[in-house]
Every structure is written in C-alpha cells, then in structure tokens.
Design a protein around this ligand. Structure first.
Ligand code: DAH
Length: 369
C-alpha cells in the first residue's frame, strides 16, 4: 500500500484513474461474456475479483488518498466492482441453467424401455433343509460325515448286518452297478456312512450324515428313485436310549417348534438292537385332532403323530465289525428321509414337485440367490 498522501486527487493515482478502471471493467465483462462453462467462469471470477485482481489492488489504494478524495474514488470503485459482480451473477445463473439442461438431457431415463430382467435361480429347499439339519448337529458338537454315492455292497449291507438273503438286497430295491458281481451298488441309504465313520474316526464319534440315496422306485407322488436321507451316529462310553430320545426330541424341536416331542415304536433294523420307528408329534395340531372329528388335521390325518424315521442302539455285531469293543462303547443311530420331512413340514403333496426343478416351486419357499 502507498504511504498516506494528503494532496493526491484520486484521478492522479494511476490505478484509480477512471480510464484504468474502465479498462479493467471492460476486460472483466469481456472475460465473463466469453466464459462458456462454470469452470471457466470460476477462473474469470478469481482473475478479476480475487484478492490479487487489478480491481482489488486498486481498491487498496483508496486508503492512501486524502479524506476529500476518498469518497469520490470509493464511489467509482463501487460502481466498477458492482458492474463486474452483477455480470458475474447474471452469467452464473445462465451457465447453471445451461448445465442443468445438459444434465437433464444426458441423464434421461426411458421409462418405457423394455427391461432385460433375468430371473435369478433359487436354492432348492432340499439343500436348505440339509444345511439346517447339519447346523443343528454341528451346534451340538457333531461333525459332518460324508460317503460315496456309489458304495461297496459290504458297507451298504454286510457291515450293517443286513444278511445276503435280506429282501432289501434284491434287484427290486437296489441299483447294482454293472457288472452284477462288481460288488458295487448305488447306496440305498445313508447308513453305510456310519460304518465308514466307525472305521475312519477316533472314538468317541458324533457325526451327522446327510446325502443322496437311490432305490429302484418309479417316480410318483410319494416315491422317487433318487431321494435324500440324514443319518446321525453317536458312539461313546455310557450312551443309552435316553440319549437317543433326548437327541431326537431336541432335533424335533429345532425343526418343528418348541415343545414338539418324538415317540419310539418298537421295530426291527438289522444294524440296531433294540430298534424303533421314530414318530413326530404332529406340529400342526399337537394331537388336538385325535378323536375330534370337528377339527380334523391334514398334516397327521388326525393321528396326532407322523412317521419320521428309524432309530436304535447300534447293534453290537456292527460295533465288532468295525473293531469297536461293545463292552466299552455303546451308541445310537437314527435316519430319516428329507423329502418326506419337507413334504409334511410344508404340506407338499407331490414328490415330483421336488424333482422337476421348476423354480416357481423353490421360490415359494422364499429362497433367493
Ligand atoms: N437306513 C434305514 C432306512 O433307510 C433308516 C434307519 C433306521 C437308519 C434305523 C438308522 C437307524 O440309522 O438306526 O430305512
């Protein structure tokens, strides 16, 4: 800033001279008029009104003028800056409008365009239920065990104490792998995974074994040549039927709701002794439909119980076949069909719905991705 000067007339300070100011205003107005977008205008604004712009520098000179000259110079400066600021304002509004128009043009959405909506697949409820069941047992400390679908006859039958003349071993039930004495079958149940677990794992054993099984059934509303089972096996010291019953009840409750229990009916399986059929308390009517014709139950056909699977204490002969001392260790096992479980849990009446792979079926289970 110049030193105070009492005698100067504003006209004599070159940067405050009207001609100079007019030049600056003209230059600023030209630059403003020529700015073609907001970025350019921002640069122009800085150049012509910023701290180091000619007008700002000239403005500082006013302070050095004698008091009499200040008013006059200030007025001129005010007019000059006012003209530039007003032009800036008008141009800003103009360029903003131009930009908005451009955005509207380039970001146009054609709401009438045909969408390329591709349907996403859906997880099959059988996959989901297998995972649910596996999770229930993993949470109890069990391990997941798996075995091959093409299985040695010995694992599928002999080691399970199923005698050579047992009806299950006939061609009517079992898919034999060519040639006839290959010794291989498509496993007819998940129970051979019990044998593999006992042979391969350290004691004690707590395993859950879901998987695909095969039988020579025609596909109809209640049968499929390919279906799924889940098996559980426990071998430990001091295991009793009370453990079996408690585990089944826990399983039933996680799948069907609090308070649902199971019932064991004496039965026969070669690989368990004693053996039982597992019935599930009807989760729909909880037994209320029994002998009550006014409130029939479709889920259990008003019987109060639903057949669910088979179970028992592992036959000592099976333990011995797997090299486990039945005087030290005991165990239980159970197995059930997953299609059947899904059918009564969800009121599915035709097995074929689960086989055909129509995603309208799986979608009904509300399963995405
Ligand atoms: N494997 C039997 C079947 O397919 C079901 C079964 C019954 C499994 C009793 C078991 C069991 O583990 O203890 O019919």
């Amino acid at each position: 800033m110049s030193a105070p000067n009492k005698s100067f007339d504003p006209v004599e300070v070159s940067t405050l001279a009207p001609v100079y100011l007019d030049q600056q205003v003209t230059a600023a107005l030209d630059a403003i008029a020529n700015a073609s977008d907001l970025d350019e205008l921002k640069a122009v604004r800085l150049l012509h009104t910023g701290d180091r712009s000619p007008l700002a520098l000239a403005n500082r000179e006013i302070g050095a003028l004698p008091p009499a000259a200040k008013a006059e110079a200030g007025k001129r400066m005010g007019q000059a800056r006012g003209a530039v600021n007003q032009a800036l304002e008008v141009k800003t509004a103009e360029l903003e409008a131009k930009r908005d128009e451009q955005i509207l043009l380039t970001e146009t959405v054609d709401v009438t365009a045909v969408s390329e909506l591709s349907l996403r697949g859906s997880r099959h409820p059988l996959t989901t239920i297998q995972e649910q069941i596996t999770d229930v047992f993993l949470a109890l400390g069990y391990e997941l065990a798996e075995g091959p679908e093409i299985e040695a006859e010995w694992f599928n039958f002999d080691a399970l104490n199923i005698a050579p003349n047992h009806p299950a071993r006939t061609m009517q039930d079992t898919f034999f792998v060519e040639h006839e004495d290959s010794g291989l079958v498509l496993r007819t149940h998940t129970s051979p995974v019990q044998i593999r677990s006992m042979l391969n794992r350290e004691l004690p054993i707590y395993v859950v074994c879901p998987g695909r099984v095969f039988r020579t059934d025609e596909l109809d509303a209640t049968h499929s040549p390919v279906f799924h089972q889940v098996e559980a096996l426990v071998i430990d010291k001091g295991i009793t039927m009370a453990d079996l019953k408690g585990t089944l009840d826990h399983f039933a409750q996680t799948m069907f709701g609090a308070g649902i229990v199971t019932r064991l009916r004496p039965s026969y399986f070669p690989f368990t002794e004693p053996s039982a059929e597992v019935d599930l308390q009807c989760f729909a009517c909880r037994g209320a439909s029994v002998d009550n014709p006014s409130a029939p139950c479709r889920t259990c056909r008003s019987e109060g119980w639903i057949e669910w699977g088979g179970c028992g204490m592992v036959n000592p002969k099976v333990l011995v076949a797997c090299g486990i001392d039945p005087d030290v260790y005991t165990g239980f096992a159970f197995g059930m069909g997953l299609e059947r479980t899904l059918m009564f849990r969800h009121g599915i009446t035709d097995m074929r719905d689960m086989v055909e792979g129509d995603i309208r079926f799986t979608r009904a289970f509300g399963l995405g991705g």
